[in-house]
Ligand binder design. Sequence first.
Ligand code: SAM
Length: 292
Amino acid sequence: MSKLSENERMAEYRPGVFFKIPKKFGKLELLIRRSTQIFQALFSARFSANSFLEEDAELRYNHQEELEYYKAVAHSGLTTEELAVLNHLKSRGQSLRNILIVGAGAGREPFYYAKEGYQVDALDINLEMVEAAKNISKESGLDVNFYHGDQSFETGRKYDLVHISFAITSHIQGRKNRVKFFKECFKHVAKDGVMIHGFYDRRVNESLRFRISSWILRMRWFFTKREWEPGDTLISSVGHHNSSDMLSYFYFYESADSIKSELREAGLKGEIIHRELDSNSRLDEFWIIEGN
Ligand SMILES: C[S@@+](CC[C@H](N)C(=O)[O-])C[C@H]1O[C@@H](n2cnc3c(N)ncnc32)[C@H](O)[C@@H]1O
């Protein structure tokens, strides 16, 4: 990893995995930053344009810092939550020969599964992520098929396990769009196969900042007829770990029941396997999703 500049510090992503993030803000910087963000939330034309959500999804990951971050964690393996789910599936005798990852980034989940001997395919909508993942795969001799495409991309195969990357559902606005997303992901699942996904919960993440930005969004969408839901909000995550002032859209689920009801509408059912409703773990709820 390159040397730290004076505005950077090292952070531990999870035990033993380090990467660079910007130093904490001073009081004045924080004030400027928050004022800029309030101004954006209130007045930026982006948040009322109809093309906003598509552009937002592009902008979020088309960012050098994002790419560098996901490259840096590509060999860090599955998280505690993801491992808990995988172990649960193994312990109930689930057949797990081949796996598809939707939203693979630079390859973190695919590389773990490939090292464990599974046959792995991976999708990502961001071309640069896919190219980075292919390079890492070549360098490390790991056999993964990386494809550039979203959940509707046809690989021509069905999978025992479809691992939907954490955060993806939080980039999709509107219940009906998320229902469609789950249906499209489930088309990849083989008979008796399953999907897994980590959902973000509003109760863990809610704060004054959350409520203010969510209400501003509601006001702005009132004039553009975009339907607002309680978990719709704006957060500063473009450029990894809040290193950018730019706000982007994020959806937080209301509760486990709201997740269940959305899955039901997609013809699926879900079960919580790992849950950390505390402020240290933002992953919140990790679920197994199956056909009805
Ligand atoms: C939060 S990042 C996680 C990357 C990787 N799973 C990891 O943990 O290192 C989410 C990734 O999903 C991709 N993505 C977002 N929506 C997607 C979609 N609908 N289909 C495929 N990839 C998507 C983004 O380009 C991004 O690389």
